[in-house]
Ligand binder design. Sequence first.
Ligand SMILES: [Zn+2]
Length: 167
Amino acid sequence: MNRLKYISAYPDHLQQQIKTLMDKDQLSHYLLKRFPEPHKINNDKALRDYVNQIKKTYMKKSGALSKIQYDNKIHLVNNALGMHSYVSRVQGNKLKSKNELRISTLFKTAPLELLNMICVHELAHIKEKEHNKAFYQLCQYMLSNYHQLEFDARVYLTQVEFLGDIY
Ligand SMILES: [Zn+2]
């Protein structure tokens, strides 16, 4: 099992830093220092309000989301970071595409900063399906330190999967 899989695309020195913290059993301490408390957005209604507020602020013109919810079927191994689904359904004789935004329940007890990051990531996918330059520009527009927080989210997932919850 590769314990660095969530951060494997980052420079060696960053991976090494996290590995050292894991080896010294200090990763949860490191995360708690950065993120002392979990957020309180712990149900689907609160999540919907939270996501819609971000959307209203930055992506007002994009089409409405048909569903916003926590999803416990998104497991870490299936890549909790990035589960946007564009469901095509046949309703009557019409094919309808829906924008659904699902956030892994793993983020239910995460720091607010990381919930913010994952919501921004999924919202950006309404406009940009691929992880390309335009996608990351949109993420940064909504959250200026997006890149740092995506790294932090990956470190957080590493902690939760291999070492357990921090709160
Ligand atoms: Zn994605």
